[in-house]
Design a protein around this ligand. Structure first.
Ligand code: SF4
Length: 190
């Protein structure tokens, strides 16, 4: 298994897929590397590519507001993506690009050791949960796999395009908070 330093070095120099050709930065993560909950999106956008951090553009700012409303601070969460380099024009990362990059995310998962994984959007859910995952009908559903509790919510950029997705997403985040509290909440002594 790679250390954080090795992972940073290897990804920074990675040329395993053509997304390396136009990147400004390799985008690895933000948040706490010892968080109990990990959020996974599909790939960096324009602002993420410029700043070298995931979810820092308008969708990321919305995600931060939702996380804060659900009582999560930056120290409680770990945020990463399926691919580490920006797909041109914000297109979906191709299956071959996801395949080239997924091993880095596996290392991140092993290093962080969260108990909860939340897929942000269809692409992440189809890669992490099931290839035929339908985000419209299956968001908010929980599965347990290899000791991880896994669910998916709409991608925050979908909420920016469609206001009607905000309410069901908030309901999903309330359940995420409940799951987190059931796993990490402080127990009363009496
Ligand atoms: S997206 Fe992943 S696999 Fe492709 S060049 Fe970037 S780090 Fe390497």
């Amino acid at each position: 298994m790679l250390t954080w330093e090795q992972l940073e070095y290897v990804t920074k120099h990675c040329v395993k897929c053509s997304l390396c050709e136009r990147r400004t930065n390799v985008v690895i993560d933000r948040g706490s590397r010892s968080a109990g909950i990990m959020f996974i999106g599909e790939g960096p956008g324009e602002q993420e590519d410029i700043q070298g951090k995931p979810f820092v553009g308008p969708a990321g700012q919305l995600l931060d507001r939702i996380l804060s409303a659900a009582g999560f601070s930056e120290n409680d969460v770990y945020i990463a993506n399926i691919v580490k380099c920006r797909p041109p024009g914000n297109r979906d990362p191709l299956p071959s690009e996801q395949e080239a990059c997924i091993n880095y995310l596996r290392h991140q998962l092993l290093l962080v050791k969260p108990k909860i994984i939340v897929c942000l959007g269809r692409i992440a859910a189809q890669r992490i949960i099931s290839p035929d995952f339908k985000i419209t009908s299956q968001h908010g559903i929980w599965i347990e796999r290899k000791g991880y509790y896994i669910t998916a919510v709409y991608h925050p950029s979908a909420l920016l395009r469609d206001e009607s997705k905000k309410r069901p997403t908030w309901e999903d985040f309330k359940e995420i908070r409940k799951k987190y509290d059931s796993l990490f909440g402080e127990e009363s002594a009496f």
